[in-house]
Design a protein around this ligand. Structure first.
Ligand code: PLP
Length: 418
């Protein structure tokens, strides 16, 4: 039996629509959405399609304008079965109509900015965000004639005051990397709507199941799939989920024209990781809660910020908005000099936790982030904005991504170096 590529893509679109999955449970969705047994071989596990091109059944055009949802597979920069399966799984979990897989989290942010902003438009962005996104917004977008205002998004008055007639996009990040400050996302969606702007959120720290982003009115939800989505620290990728009409605009611009596509192999690895996301997030959060509570009682730890602790300055908002507190913790040990010394102790003496950047993996990761350096390079905050940063981060924080190891072993490891 020869299964045409048109039939395969029909299977993809059938599973694409979140509501159409027919699954009631989140674990069933994580496992089955987007994945169908291979119709030719009956393989139960999804096959890997390492093909850059696909044989055409008909004489057709080769332009981004020719791509429609029922187009057969043509070329991997347009669509690939493994990327399509991952996109369908993320859309189903996020509860959106569609999703675009990208080469990395940064490619996802670039896809949003360069699809929805043009010269003369205005972007409002969180003044604290993933460093790469902060630098892209501050350094590259103005060069393209895009106006950028960075505001403290936990201050809704500041968001509203930053609106201009040409504001096209508000980009938030919650919890914000690295300080774990939250944004009232529903309120920011309402402000965006009132101004006719789109609201995009970087929800990497929360994962696709960490918040009901549809109820929060978010137009575009982006993730670094390198983190919780993939979950195993072996593949870099990204995603943006949202309404089909917005995602197809992004597919034409970001994938077909800018070319920042996800490789089929990475999509396959990330998709396999994603099948266990609901189980992993439960275990991540339980481990993080235990470690955060232990850190809070440690005499040499001066401050702990974790959305699952009542001491988080926005604990009520966390309870309202987050379905899981996730597993990112920041903690302080005093001033910058002591921070650097403890960081060196970690490099030399940690046995379980890896001293490394990144997060959301099954292995725990920790990294020292000194405030002064970040202020000069990525964030460049002054006055009240710098004060808000320091109220969360002091002179520097350890960003701890609690993995899936036993909490007792993580605590023993941390106790060795604090
Ligand atoms: C890691 C990260 C990114 C960038 O993702 P890459 O996959 O490394 O390109 C963007 N936003 C947040 C919040 C991140 O943690």
């Amino acid at each position: 039996m020869r299964v045409t590529s048109a039939k395969l893509i029909a299977l993809y679109w059938e599973s694409f629509m979140a509501k159409g999955t027919g699954y009631t449970g989140i674990q069933t969705t994580a496992i089955h959405a987007g994945d169908k047994p291979d119709p030719t071989t009956k393989a139960s596990a999804p096959p890997l399609h390492m093909s850059s091109t696909f044989i055409s059944d008909s004489v057709a055009g080769f332009s981004a304008h020719d791509l429609t949802p029922d187009s057969p597979y043509t070329y991997a920069r347009w669509a690939n079965p493994n990327v399509a399966a991952l996109e369908a799984k993320i859309a189903a979990l996020q509860g959106t109509e569609a999703c675009l897989g990208t080469a990395s989290g940064m490619a996802a942010a670039a896809a949003i900015f360069f699809t929805f902003l043009s010269s003369g438009d205005h972007l409002i962005i969180s003044d604290v965000s993933y460093a790469g996104v902060a630098e892209l917004a501050r350094e590259t977008l103005p060069r393209m004639g895009i106006e950028v205002t960075a505001v403290n998004m936990s201050d809704l008055g500041a968001v509203a005051a930053a609106l201009r007639p040409n504001t096209k996009l508000i980009h938030s990040e919650s919890p914000a990397n690295p300080i774990l400050r939250l944004t009232d996302l529903k309120a920011v969606s309402d402000i965006a709507k009132s101004a006719g702007a789109l609201h995009s959120t970087d929800a990497t720290f929360a994962s696709p199941i960490g918040m009901d982003t549809q109820a929060l009115g978010i137009d575009l939800v982006m993730h670094s799939a390198t983190k919780y989505i993939g979950g195993h620290g072996d593949a870099v990728g990204g995603a943006v989920a949202g309404r089909a009409e917005l995602i197809s605009q992004m597919r034409a611009e970001a994938s077909i024209h800018h070319g920042g596509i996800l490789s089929p192999f990475n999509a396959w690895l990330i998709s396999r990781g994603l099948t266990t996301l609901p189980l992993r997030m439960k275990a991540h959060a339980a481990g993080a809660q235990a470690v955060a509570e232990w850190l809070e009682t440690h005499p040499r730890v001066t401050k702990v910020i974790y959305p699952g602790l009542p001491s988080h300055p926005q604990y009520d908002l966390a309870q309202q908005q987050m379905q899981t507190a996730s597993a990112m913790i920041s903690f302080q040990v005093g001033g910058a000099a002591r921070g650097r010394a403890v960081a060196q102790m970690m490099i030399d003496h940690l046995e379980v936790i890896h001293y490394a950047v990144s997060l959301g993996h099954h292995r725990s990761l920790v990294f020292w982030m000194e405030t002064e350096g970040l202020m000069e390079t990525s964030f460049q905050l002054q006055g009240a904005q710098a004060d808000s940063y320091r109220s969360f981060a002091g002179d520097g924080i350890f960003r701890l991504s609690v993995g899936l190891e036993d909490a007792e072993d993580l605590i023993t490891d941390l106790d060795r170096v604090l």
